[in-house]
Design a protein around this ligand. Structure first.
Ligand code: ZN
Length: 131
């Protein structure tokens, strides 16, 4: 398993980690296989969405914040329940096919680390399986 260090700079932020994941695949020498990208945090997530236009993930964060407001009648005393809920909705991992040593993504797709309770130093676990 490999670990990416991700530094978020805002409370809510989607950080494109595609090139970092691709570099780990290249370094591994795996040509055909699967990569799992896993977020070991309860107030962050991993998603795949459009990377060409940065407005897409901004809209994603904007709408999530409307649906899951920062303040509500939450019981969790730490005060970051909205971030926990967003983490569960988006999910903590994605798996992507590797072919010819490259991620198989759609033309407009990118892999994002989603920060919901930043800024913080975060980790992303990456497991590459194949030959
Ligand atoms: Zn909490």
């Amino acid at each position: 398993m490999r670990t990416l260090q991700v530094r978020s700079h805002k409370q809510f932020e989607c950080i494109n980690i595609t090139s970092q994941v691709q570099k780990l695949i290249k370094d591994s020498g795996v040509k055909d296989g699967i990569v799992t990208i896993y977020c070991p945090h309860t107030t962050a997530a991993i998603t795949i969405n459009e990377g060409a236009d940065p407005s897409v993930v901004k809209d994603l964060l904007y709408e999530l914040d409307k649906v899951i407001p920062l303040r509500d009648n939450y019981q969790h005393l730490e005060g970051n329940s909205a971030a926990h809920i967003k983490s569960s909705i988006i999910g903590c991992s994605e798996s992507v096919i590797i072919e010819n040593g490259s991620l198989v993504l759609g033309t407009w797709q990118a892999i994002f680390f989603c920060e919901f309770d930043g800024p913080r130093n975060r980790k992303v676990f990456v497991k590459i399986i194949g030959k």
